[in-house]
Write a protein that binds this ligand. Structure first.
Ligand code: NOJ
Length: 704
């Protein structure tokens, strides 16, 4: 498509319309048809209000989307791009993104998203507002649910998987949108939409990494974030939207604002009028205005008055049209319905959910359950079919949801129930006659997601009451925790003999949980976020820099962080058990010293470890490789994840986990914002989680 020819023929108003997105829902289809006859908007977002993704939404029928599209194409010659928040599934949902990160299995996640894209495209959606790549270190922040957790490296791997899954290798699926650029996850105190303080050093070394990975994977669009960073709203930051995003990261798609964020520049106090806000945002590099119509209502006049040049508008229009072209919308603007491979989608959702379950403890091998054991189930979440799907699942088909109870019943006839909230009820005897008690606890999806931060992240008194009742029976107690965020379990963890952190596992929750509880597969999820012990420890994350005094409580149980509680989390990043035992062999490195020249020229050292399954259960183990830069011009984290290898190892067998360490792994962004490797000693750890302590040394030598 000759984009330049199209731009040449467009009026200024037509150009500004291409830079504007407005809402389309079932209720305004006719109105929209009339509007598009006259004004060909660049994009319509399928939404009814700003947090539609957190609620329920009735998709607009395909024929209606095609009717509107026909008007755009035939009347104006430019197709509309339909956008929608498709975050971790469309009809049959995968687990929440935080849980998907817990799989430590990017290949599987990519496959999952290929199906998500297929379902969404089938409903006429060609653009999604995901993946959400905000580094999230604060479980109070409701949107941690949408993130891939606290780690930049894991974030990069998930970013690549999700972007490629959504877009397809040839970009014919649906366009992805890396959001929220940037620093939204650092909102102070976990308060949504709040300010963030991020130094350039942290920005480049932590927050930008996954966005860079998304850009390198070809992400077509980016969404700017609501927050300000150190006094500068991202929406109007030329430094962030142009210099860093395009200049440093090399992004060449288009940027959309978050919902009404251009107008919010007035509330944020950096613009006085709508016109000023629109000029600031567009000049900063924000190409498309979501919802508030500020570009279309103000910039025509601003161009005529010489306040902004038409060239800037042309640049943005070019970017938008190029993406439409890349997606094939000019050649094939209409959506077509195809029969979906529903069983395959269910299967991948089940596998993702099963691989996301993190076994936190398993005293006396109380798990896996045996089919002839009588299991008494407690906790109303066991029957839930809505919250298990998680937030940002507006189009979920709840008839697809499998509750935990249903999943268990499908495996065994010996499932019974006890509702401890009804005194003297007739299921009470069930507790006494069972072999094991299974408690299913969790939080509602409505306390996670956008504008749903929580100051209290511990178990509630009602949940503790259920645990106390269960304990009274004197039977082994197994917990399944269905939460959208890492909660602070305090000492309650001691009451469980076995505990599975199950997140909000999506449509196949019940089947996946039953697969793991009954040992049809060993748990293999790993924590993508640190599990704090007390909420007062928040924020707490593994890749913190060392302190000058011995107060690194994350790693040292005796370190003095607080007067009242330990500084150590309950479980570290990367933690998770299996039903077997793994023995790690000696860490091998093919060279223990290398010149900086070789590193700068792309040479890598090879590191490997043999892992032996010494138990009697076939299982997957995720070997993790961390590095420590022992001396550098700036402080570097105590540990940084630089590789992981998820290996399925049969009982009694061994496999080798392999890692390559070079420029990318050893480098960091220095005080000049340059990515460098500094000579000196590095420790290379391989182990089960961030608390691992076996390492080999690698010396990077100066040239002299
Ligand atoms: C606001 C949210 O912050 C963003 O993530 C979402 O994509 C938009 N609303 C559109 O629904």
């Amino acid at each position: 498509m000759n984009i330049e020819k199209i731009i040449e023929k467009m009026t200024l108003r037509e150009k500004l319309l291409q830079l504007s997105q407005i809402m389309l829902s079932e209720s305004n289809v006719d109105e929209m048809k009339e509007l598009i006859e006259k004004d060909c908007y660049g994009s319509l977002i399928l939404a009814a209000f700003s947090t539609t993704g957190n609620g329920d939404f009735n998709s607009v029928e395909l024929e209606k989307l095609n009717e509107i599209q026909k008007i755009a194409v035939e009347k104006h010659g430019i197709p509309i791009i339909y956008g929608h928040d498709v975050i971790h599934g469309h009809k049959i949902n995968l687990p929440i993104p935080l849980a998907l990160a817990a799989t430590f299995n990017p290949k599987l996640v990519k496959k999952g998203y290929e199906y998500v894209a297929m379902e969404a495209k089938n409903d006429g959606i060609r653009w999604t507002f995901a993946p959400m790549l905000d580094i999230s270190r604060d479980p109070r922040w409701g949107r941690i649910v949408e993130s891939t957790g606290e780690d930049p490296y894991l974030g990069c791997k998930m970013a690549e998987a999700i972007v490629k899954g959504f877009q397809g290798e040839d970009n014919t699926n649906i366009a992805a949108c890396a959001k929220h650029y940037i620093g939204y996850g650092a909102s102070e105190g976990g308060r949504d939409y709040h300010k963030a303080e991020i130094s350039d050093y942290s920005l480049r070394n932590y927050y930008l990494r996954a966005f860079k990975a998304a850009v390198d994977s070809g992400v077509m669009t980016v969404m700017s974030s609501f927050n300000e960073i150190s006094g500068q709203p991202v929406t109007s930051s030329k430094y962030l939207l142009t210099d860093v995003l395009r200049g440093e990261l090399g992004f060449d798609g288009f940027v959309i604002s978050d919902w009404e964020a251009v107008k919010q520049l007035i509330r944020q106090g950096v613009a006085e009028t709508d016109e000023e806000a629109a000029i600031l945002a567009l000049s900063a590099g924000l190409d498309m205005d979501m919802i508030d119509n500020l570009y279309i209502d103000n910039l025509e006049k601003a161009v005529h008055n010489g306040k902004i040049s038409e060239e800037i508008i042309d640049i943005a229009v070019r970017r938008v049209l190029k993406i439409k072209d890349k997606l094939g919308l000019f050649d094939n603007p209409y959506a077509e319905y195809t029969e979906l491979p529903k069983q395959e989608i269910r299967d991948v959702a089940r596998k993702c959910a099963a691989e996301s379950l993190v076994l936190l403890k398993n005293d006396n091998n109380v798990l896996p359950l045996k089919k002839d054991e009588i299991i008494c189930v407690m906790g109303s979440m066991a029957f839930d079919t809505k919250n298990i799907i998680g937030s940002w699942a507006a189009d979920a088909d709840y008839s697809e949801s499998v509750s935990v109870y249903e999943g268990l019943e499908a495996k065994s006839e010996n499932i019974i129930h006890y509702n401890c909230h009804i005194p003297e009820n007739d299921t009470m005897r069930n507790l006494n006659q069972c072999d094991k008690v299974l408690i299913v606890l969790g939080e509602a999806k409505t306390v996670t997601g956008e504008a749903n931060s929580m100051a209290k992240t511990e178990l509630t008194s009602a949940q503790k009451f259920v645990i106390d009742r269960a304990k009274e029976a004197g039977k082994p107690v197994i917990g399944v925790l269905l939460f959208g965020r890492p909660i602070a379990l305090e000492n309650n963890v001691d009451y469980f003999d076995a505990l599975i952190y199950a997140w909000h596992p999506g449509a196949q929750a019940g089947n996946a949980i039953a697969d793991v509880l009954y040992g049809e597969m060993s748990p293999s999820g790993r924590l993508p976020v640190t599990l704090p012990k007390y909420s007062g420890q928040i924020p707490i994350y593994y890749n913190c820099p060392p302190s000058g005094r011995d107060v690194d409580g994350y790693y040292n149980p005796d370190a003095y962080n607080y007067c009242d509680v330990t500084g150590r989390p309950l479980y570290p990043f990367g933690y998770g058990l299996t039903y077997t035992t793994f023995e790690y062999g000696k860490i091998n490195i093919d060279e223990s010293s290398i010149s900086i020249d070789d590193i700068n020229n792309g040479k890598k050292v090879k590191v490997n470890v043999t892992i032996r399954n010494t138990g009697s259960f076939d299982a997957a183990e995720t070997a993790q490789c961390y590095i420590r830069d022992c001396k550098s011009s700036m402080t570097r984290p105590i540990k940084e994840l630089k590789g992981f290898d998820k290996l399925f190892v049969q009982a009694g067998e061994s496999k080798t986990a392999e890692f390559e360490i070079g420029f990318e792994e050893l480098g960091f962004y220095n005080s000049n914002g340059r990515f460098v490797v500094e000579p000196g000693e590095f420790k290379i750890y391989v182990g089960k989680d961030a608390w691992c302590d076996e390492y080999v040394s690698l010396r990077v030598n100066h040239l002299y």
